[in-house]
Design a protein around this ligand. Structure first.
Ligand code: MG
Length: 189
Protein backbone atom coordinates (compact mmCIF):
# COMPACT_ATOMS: atom_id res chain seq x y z
CA UNK A 1 0.00 0.00 0.00
CA UNK A 2 1.27 3.43 -0.87
CA UNK A 3 1.80 5.76 2.08
CA UNK A 4 -0.52 8.71 2.19
CA UNK A 5 1.88 11.55 1.51
CA UNK A 6 -0.85 14.10 1.51
CA UNK A 7 -1.80 13.18 5.02
CA UNK A 8 1.85 13.53 6.21
CA UNK A 9 2.07 16.90 4.56
CA UNK A 10 -0.95 18.09 6.49
CA UNK A 11 0.49 16.84 9.76
CA UNK A 12 3.71 18.75 9.11
CA UNK A 13 1.76 21.83 8.23
CA UNK A 14 -0.21 21.51 11.41
CA UNK A 15 2.97 21.06 13.50
CA UNK A 16 4.50 24.11 11.86
CA UNK A 17 1.35 26.07 12.60
CA UNK A 18 1.49 24.91 16.22
CA UNK A 19 5.15 25.91 16.51
CA UNK A 20 4.42 29.43 15.36
CA UNK A 21 1.28 29.92 17.37
CA UNK A 22 1.94 28.16 20.63
CA UNK A 23 5.64 27.62 21.20
CA UNK A 24 6.99 30.93 19.89
CA UNK A 25 8.30 33.39 22.47
CA UNK A 26 6.36 36.61 22.86
CA UNK A 27 8.73 39.48 21.97
CA UNK A 28 8.19 40.98 25.45
CA UNK A 29 9.25 37.66 27.02
CA UNK A 30 12.19 37.34 24.62
CA UNK A 31 13.45 40.83 25.58
CA UNK A 32 13.07 40.09 29.29
CA UNK A 33 14.95 36.78 28.94
CA UNK A 34 17.75 38.55 27.05
CA UNK A 35 17.95 41.12 29.87
CA UNK A 36 18.28 38.17 32.25
CA UNK A 37 21.15 36.72 30.19
CA UNK A 38 22.90 40.06 30.71
CA UNK A 39 22.09 40.06 34.45
CA UNK A 40 23.51 36.54 34.85
CA UNK A 41 26.70 37.54 33.01
CA UNK A 42 26.93 40.62 35.26
CA UNK A 43 26.57 38.33 38.31
CA UNK A 44 29.44 36.25 36.96
CA UNK A 45 31.58 39.41 36.64
CA UNK A 46 30.62 40.45 40.17
CA UNK A 47 31.68 37.14 41.73
CA UNK A 48 34.86 36.97 39.65
CA UNK A 49 35.72 40.43 40.94
CA UNK A 50 35.04 39.28 44.51
CA UNK A 51 37.18 36.19 43.87
CA UNK A 52 40.19 38.27 42.85
CA UNK A 53 39.65 40.71 45.73
CA UNK A 54 39.55 37.81 48.22
CA UNK A 55 42.71 36.42 46.64
CA UNK A 56 44.41 39.82 47.04
CA UNK A 57 43.38 39.88 50.68
CA UNK A 58 44.97 36.46 51.23
CA UNK A 59 41.79 34.36 51.48
CA UNK A 60 42.45 31.63 48.96
CA UNK A 61 39.52 29.46 50.02
CA UNK A 62 37.04 32.29 49.64
CA UNK A 63 38.63 33.23 46.31
CA UNK A 64 37.99 29.70 45.10
CA UNK A 65 34.39 29.75 46.49
CA UNK A 66 33.65 32.96 44.56
CA UNK A 67 35.31 31.60 41.41
CA UNK A 68 32.92 28.62 41.51
CA UNK A 69 30.04 31.01 42.19
CA UNK A 70 31.05 33.00 39.07
CA UNK A 71 31.21 29.80 37.02
CA UNK A 72 27.65 28.97 38.11
CA UNK A 73 26.45 32.40 36.98
CA UNK A 74 27.97 31.92 33.53
CA UNK A 75 26.19 28.55 33.43
CA UNK A 76 22.91 30.31 34.31
CA UNK A 77 23.45 32.73 31.41
CA UNK A 78 24.09 29.73 29.13
CA UNK A 79 20.90 28.03 30.36
CA UNK A 80 18.83 31.11 29.42
CA UNK A 81 20.55 31.47 26.03
CA UNK A 82 20.00 27.80 25.23
CA UNK A 83 16.31 28.15 26.11
CA UNK A 84 15.86 31.28 23.95
CA UNK A 85 17.44 29.36 21.05
CA UNK A 86 15.26 26.31 21.60
CA UNK A 87 12.19 28.55 21.58
CA UNK A 88 13.21 29.85 18.16
CA UNK A 89 14.06 33.22 19.70
CA UNK A 90 16.98 35.51 19.09
CA UNK A 91 19.79 35.77 21.66
CA UNK A 92 20.95 39.38 22.00
CA UNK A 93 24.24 39.90 23.80
CA UNK A 94 24.44 43.34 25.39
CA UNK A 95 27.42 45.06 27.04
CA UNK A 96 28.09 43.94 30.59
CA UNK A 97 28.33 46.87 32.99
CA UNK A 98 31.31 47.43 35.21
CA UNK A 99 31.37 45.80 38.64
CA UNK A 100 32.78 46.85 42.00
CA UNK A 101 36.48 46.00 42.39
CA UNK A 102 37.06 46.00 46.12
CA UNK A 103 35.27 45.13 49.35
CA UNK A 104 36.04 46.39 52.85
CA UNK A 105 36.11 42.91 54.38
CA UNK A 106 35.03 39.33 53.86
CA UNK A 107 31.74 40.10 55.62
CA UNK A 108 31.23 43.09 53.30
CA UNK A 109 31.61 40.80 50.26
CA UNK A 110 29.14 38.24 51.60
CA UNK A 111 26.65 40.96 52.61
CA UNK A 112 26.86 42.21 49.04
CA UNK A 113 26.38 38.62 47.81
CA UNK A 114 23.17 38.14 49.82
CA UNK A 115 21.87 41.56 48.77
CA UNK A 116 22.61 40.75 45.13
CA UNK A 117 20.98 37.31 45.29
CA UNK A 118 17.81 38.89 46.70
CA UNK A 119 17.72 41.24 43.70
CA UNK A 120 18.17 38.23 41.37
CA UNK A 121 15.32 36.37 43.12
CA UNK A 122 13.09 39.40 42.53
CA UNK A 123 14.04 39.42 38.83
CA UNK A 124 13.32 35.69 38.42
CA UNK A 125 9.93 36.13 40.12
CA UNK A 126 9.14 39.04 37.77
CA UNK A 127 10.00 36.85 34.77
CA UNK A 128 7.70 34.12 36.13
CA UNK A 129 4.93 36.70 36.60
CA UNK A 130 5.31 37.76 32.97
CA UNK A 131 5.30 34.12 31.74
CA UNK A 132 2.11 33.46 33.72
CA UNK A 133 0.49 36.60 32.34
CA UNK A 134 1.39 35.55 28.79
CA UNK A 135 0.25 31.94 29.41
CA UNK A 136 3.76 30.91 28.32
CA UNK A 137 3.93 27.45 29.91
CA UNK A 138 7.32 26.50 28.44
CA UNK A 139 9.01 29.55 29.99
CA UNK A 140 7.23 28.91 33.29
CA UNK A 141 8.57 25.36 33.33
CA UNK A 142 12.14 26.53 32.57
CA UNK A 143 11.96 29.24 35.26
CA UNK A 144 10.91 26.75 37.92
CA UNK A 145 14.55 25.54 38.11
CA UNK A 146 15.72 29.12 38.74
CA UNK A 147 13.14 29.70 41.46
CA UNK A 148 14.47 26.66 43.35
CA UNK A 149 18.07 27.68 42.64
CA UNK A 150 17.50 31.13 44.16
CA UNK A 151 16.24 29.57 47.41
CA UNK A 152 19.57 27.69 47.59
CA UNK A 153 21.64 30.74 46.63
CA UNK A 154 20.11 32.94 49.33
CA UNK A 155 20.38 30.17 51.91
CA UNK A 156 24.08 29.56 51.14
CA UNK A 157 24.98 33.27 51.41
CA UNK A 158 22.93 33.68 54.61
CA UNK A 159 24.61 30.69 56.27
CA UNK A 160 28.10 31.99 55.51
CA UNK A 161 27.12 35.45 56.83
CA UNK A 162 25.86 33.87 60.05
CA UNK A 163 29.18 32.07 60.49
CA UNK A 164 31.05 35.32 59.84
CA UNK A 165 29.00 37.09 62.49
CA UNK A 166 29.73 34.31 64.97
CA UNK A 167 33.50 34.55 64.52
CA UNK A 168 33.39 38.38 64.47
CA UNK A 169 36.51 38.84 62.35
CA UNK A 170 38.73 36.76 64.64
CA UNK A 171 41.81 35.81 62.56
CA UNK A 172 41.63 32.17 63.69
CA UNK A 173 37.94 31.94 62.84
CA UNK A 174 38.46 33.55 59.44
CA UNK A 175 41.33 31.17 58.73
CA UNK A 176 39.11 28.16 59.53
CA UNK A 177 36.19 29.50 57.45
CA UNK A 178 38.54 30.22 54.55
CA UNK A 179 39.72 26.59 54.65
CA UNK A 180 36.13 25.33 54.84
CA UNK A 181 34.90 27.45 51.91
CA UNK A 182 37.93 26.37 49.87
CA UNK A 183 36.54 22.83 50.00
CA UNK A 184 33.42 23.77 48.05
CA UNK A 185 33.24 21.38 45.15
CA UNK A 186 31.99 22.07 41.65
CA UNK A 187 28.18 21.97 41.61
CA UNK A 188 27.81 22.53 45.37
CA UNK A 189 26.45 25.60 47.17
MG1 MG B 1 22.27 33.29 38.75
Amino acid sequence: MQPDFNFNKNVNKELHHKKNCIIMLDSKMEDALNQQVNAELWSGYLYLSMSYDMDNKGYEGMASWFALQAKEEFEHATRFMKFIGEMDGRVTLMPVKEVRQEWLSVADAFEDTLKHEKVVTGRIHQLMGMAIELKDYATQSMLKWFIDEQVEEEDAARKILEKLKRIENSPGGLYALDKQLGKRANGED
